[in-house]
Design a protein around this ligand. Structure first.
Ligand code: NAD
Length: 497
């Protein structure tokens, strides 16, 4: 089916707007892109993908590093958009930008090394062949993003896709369209070609249209609930998909942990960005020997947190209801409120909440709360902590605090990422993959795996010379049959040991 690249009725009328969740003031209006708009953007990106791919690694690296410099030079401007549309503190918005730029630089510099052609051994039976594997970009990658880290999270797909030679059509969250538009405009300033990285603004349906379009891969970041719809939609066209979904990350604190440091970092992990961090701590399992000290320390620190300064409002108003429900459920199930309670959920902001001794079946332990709340439960030993940490449907990240047993505990956690004596550090190390297991999703962004994710392997096997006897012919002789059986017996028929 061909797409008319010039005419399409739409939507170019700005029809929905983003607003500052702290003030409620409108930030800007954007088109609610229709199916025709999305198909048009994808068709243009598909045409552009041939030229982008033809540029090769070296030229793409140059463009991407130029973009990294542009973003660095204009970090205040970009951070302003994040601040306006999410309400997070400006310093957090800048930190987010710096991490995203770090990934962009890494992907640009490492794509050629990771994705260059590899020679493989053909094996004894096929010794007359040379075998190579190439990594080819898919073509157009559709990136669907969330609002909580509107630059950092999609950049993990955008930078790695572009570096691998794909073009990208980006659908930012309906809460942060301005950030998405600003990002694509900044890329256009350094790009030698049009339509390499473009945006389609819109609401949920626009995201759905992208999954139904002629994109060659979808990289989705958002809730598990939406991820399941995205995967189902992509299945219709067999479009491969990366799903970066929700989490219920646990922090495990052993008896030999540096308690002060653990408390300070876990508090930040759980409460910063108003708790709206997919890899933020939502549960803590602390060894009973140090539990009192830890709870006392973290509660004292939490009392010093200034809401509106250290973190902003809930970006998505509907999340306030979920947070309130989890707190109410915890109260009903007999949890001890060390700090805050149902009254902590305001009209825009949520005050810090610390709950201890909570039943493991509670919603605040099993479901993603996405608010500035922490549940802290005592454990007899780290074996119990590991079992409980592994006891939800999610498996995104985790943090372990122990002077001596960090690696041992980490190796038993069923999650895509673990930080030891630190929190969320894996997100900032560009050379390691990012992603989850179970209902936290599949596929990887970041690191070599993130580059490989946006390419497919193509195997090329070439006959260097012809064997005197052929096996792939109807004229295959009985001698050839016997020879191949003898060879395979020689290679694999001996006793193992
Ligand atoms: P969401 O699922 O509501 O929306 C994400 C994006 O999907 C938005 O752009 C939305 O418009 C789009 N969308 C909605 N319905 C769609 C459909 N049917 N088809 C295609 N696209 C559709 O998520 P959110 O509220 O924006 O983000 C918060 C969630 O994201 C949390 O669960 C958080 O844990 C998760 N998250 C995960 C990661 C990660 O890397 N694993 C990172 C950040 C956020």
């Amino acid at each position: 089916m061909s797409t008319d690249l010039t005419a399409s009725k739409s939507s170019l009328d700005p029809s929905f707007f983003s607003h500052n969740p702290a003030t409620g003031v409108e930030v800007a209006r954007y088109p609610d892109s229709t199916k025709a708009d999305v198909d048009l953007a994808v068709a243009k990106a598909k045409i552009a993908s041939h030229s982008w791919q033809a540029l090769g690694f070296r030229a793409r690296r140059k463009v991407l590093l130029k973009w990294a410099k542009y973003l660095t030079d204009h970090i205040d401007e970009g951070a302003w958009w994040i601040y306006e549309e999410t309400g997070k503190p400006e310093s957090d918005a800048k930190l987010e930008f710096t991490l995203a730029i770090g990934h962009l630089g890494w992907a640009a510099k490492n794509a050629s090394l990771i994705l260059s052609e590899q020679r493989r051994s053909p094996g004894l039976l096929m010794a007359n062949m040379s075998a190579t594997v190439e990594r080819l970009p898919y073509g157009v990658v559709g990136v669907i993003g969330p609002w909580n880290y509107p630059v950092f999270t999609p950049m993990g797909s955008i930078a790695y896709s572009l570096a691998a030679g794909n073009t990208v059509v980006f659908k930012p969250s309906e809460f942060t369209p301005g950030v998405g538009v600003w990002l694509t405009e900044s890329f256009a300033k350094v790009s030698p070609l049009p339509n390499i990285f473009t945006v389609v603004t819109g609401q949920r349906d626009t995201g759905r249209f992208l999954t139904e379009s002629a994109v060659d891969k979808i990289s989705f970041t958002g809730s598990t609930r939406t991820a399941k719809k995205v995967a189902a939609s992509c299945a219709e066209r067999m479009t491969p998909v990366v799903l970066e979904c929700g989490g219920k990350d646990a922090a495990l604190v052993d008896h030999d942990a540096d308690i002060k440091r653990a408390a300070e970092n876990i508090l930040w992990s759980g409460l910063s960005n108003a708790g709206q961090t997919c890899i933020g701590a939502e549960r803590v399992y602390v060894h009973e020997k140090v539990a009192d000290r830890f709870i006392e320390e973290i509660t004292a620190l939490a009392k010093q947190v200034k809401v509106g300064v250290h973190y902003g409002p809930a970006t998505m108003p509907s999340q306030l209801k979920v947070i309130a429900e989890h707190i109410a459920d915890a109260k009903a199930k007999g949890g001890t409120f060390k700090l805050g309670g149902p009254e902590s959920v305001g009209e825009k902001y949520v005050q810090p909440v610390i709950i201890t001794n909570l039943d493991e079946s509670s919603r605040a332990i099993q479901e993603e709360t996405f608010g500035p709340t922490l549940v802290i439960n005592r454990v007899r030993d780290m074996k119990e902590a590991i079992n409980l940490a592994n006891g939800t449907n999610y498996g995104l990240g985790a943090a372990v605090w122990s002077r001596r047993n960090g690696e041992n505990i980490a190796s038993q956690l069923r999650s895509g990422m673990v930080s030891i004596n630190s929190v969320i550090s894996f997100a900032a190390v560009a050379s390691v993959p990012f992603g989850g297991v179970k209902e936290s999703g599949y596929g990887r962004i970041h690191g070599p795996e993130g580059l490989l994710e946006f390419t497919y392997p193509r195997s090329i096997v070439r006959a260097r010379f012809q064997m005197p006897m052929g096996f792939t012919t109807f004229r295959r002789s009985r001698f050839a049959d016997r020879l191949i059986i003898r060879l395979i017996k020689l290679l694999h028929g001996r006793s193992i040991g």
